[in-house]
Design a binder for this molecule. Structure first.
Ligand code: AQP
Length: 329
């Protein structure tokens, strides 16, 4: 099975990114043949950015992924802009993508509504670049959080359209969305997903947060006026989110967590969640501190990954160009 997933170099990755995506990447590296993970710096320039910060954020994200357990010997980890085939394939795929479909993408609607200055054409084409990322490797599995479901559906549609028109070159990828933790919510606004943009600082747990900060954020999470640690019932979004987080952090079933905290009140429960999240993220934070200073080593890992990635993507493009009639026959 070929696995592909991309992650934005937004520097401060949060618990939602970790539980929804990074955790799956680590698990996928022994299953994937190969497992390919891409730091998508070209996606990051679809909203306002600072060039120096972007470069530094790529290093931050690389170090977080390595600290979380990605091993460049067991997966392919690279920077998107190092493999030019992604941009070429994006343009070729725009010819097969309906403008109306891109207009319907929730992420475009949300992010364009928030832009104060320029709504870039890149933001509109974001899902096509994402389709090119995945289709260039003929990946069959795409581990992502729930928010990316619609984009994976679109890349399947683009792959089908390509194959109908030009022959069976593309593989239609399937998303892999985790059963628990696919949509971690903001701790202060539990009806919104935890997010890099638009979330609340206090409601967002960062992978690199110090234990005291994590504890404070979890302890002040918005819940409800009740006392029951249960996922069912009106207004239980906050508690349900904490149950889900605890379930992943501890590796235990959500039902057994509800049973364990029956009748114990929210204080004890939040204390347990805080402790579990601190323990869950501590090894990553510690390893990150060791890895992040050596930028030459991070660049070396990315360059080696890009070479392996390029070899695969180049083969796909060598099939795509003649099929579409671009370049020499
Ligand atoms: N709240 C979440 N719960 C579970 N999974 C999530 N993901 C994002 N938010 C949650 C998953 O993380 C992966 C990487 O996302 P990205 O590359 O889009 O990174 P980002 O832009 O920094 O993450 P956000 O929070 O989604 O930022 P916004 O909304 O500001 O763009 C993806 O697989 C995603 O599903």
């Amino acid at each position: 099975m070929k696995i592909f997933s991309g992650i934005q170099p937004t520097g401060k990755k949060h618990l939602g990114n970790y539980i929804g995506a990074i955790r799956q990447y680590v698990e996928g590296q022994d299953e994937g043949d190969p497992a390919i993970y891409c730091i998508v710096d070209l996606h990051a320039i679809t909203v306002p950015w600072d060039p120096a910060v972007l470069r530094s954020n790529v290093h931050d994200t690389t170090a977080i992924l390595l600290a979380a357990g990605l091993d460049p010997e067991r997966c392919i980890l690279f920077r998107q802009s190092d493999v030019r085939e992604h941009t070429e394939l994006t343009w070729l795929l725009t010819a097969l993508t309906a403008h109306g479909d891109l207009n319907r993408m929730h992420q475009f609607k949300d992010k364009s509504a928030k832009q104060r200055e320029l709504v870039s054409a890149g933001l509109f084409l974001y899902p096509v670049l994402q389709a090119a990322d995945v289709l260039a490797y003929k990946a069959d599995t795409v581990p992502v959080g729930e928010d990316q479901r619609q984009h994976v559906e679109l890349m399947r549609e683009i792959a089908r359209r390509f194959n109908e028109r030009f022959g069976p070159v593309m593989v239609e990828p399937e998303h892999r969305i985790p059963e628990v933790g696919a949509r971690i919510m903001d701790l202060q606004q539990p009806s919104n997903k935890m997010a890099t943009t638009g979330g609340s600082e206090q409601g967002t747990v960062y992978v690199l947060d110090e234990p005291a900060a994590i504890t404070k954020k979890v302890r002040s999470a918005v819940t409800d006026s009740g006392t029951e640690v249960t996922r069912s019932g009106e207004g239980k979004e906050g508690i349900a989110n904490l149950i889900e987080i605890l379930s992943v952090a501890r590796g235990s079933e959500m039902d057994s967590i509800e049973a364990e905290f029956e009748g114990s009140g929210y204080g004890d429960f939040k204390g347990a969640v805080a402790e579990a999240v601190v323990d869950y993220l501590a090894p990553v934070r510690e390893r990150y501190a060791e890895l992040r200073p050596d930028e030459a080593a991070l660049e070396q890992a990315l360059a080696a990954g890009a070479e392996k990635a390029r070899a695969i993507a180049a083969e796909t493009l060598a099939e795509v160009r003649p099929a579409m009639g671009t370049g020499p026959a």
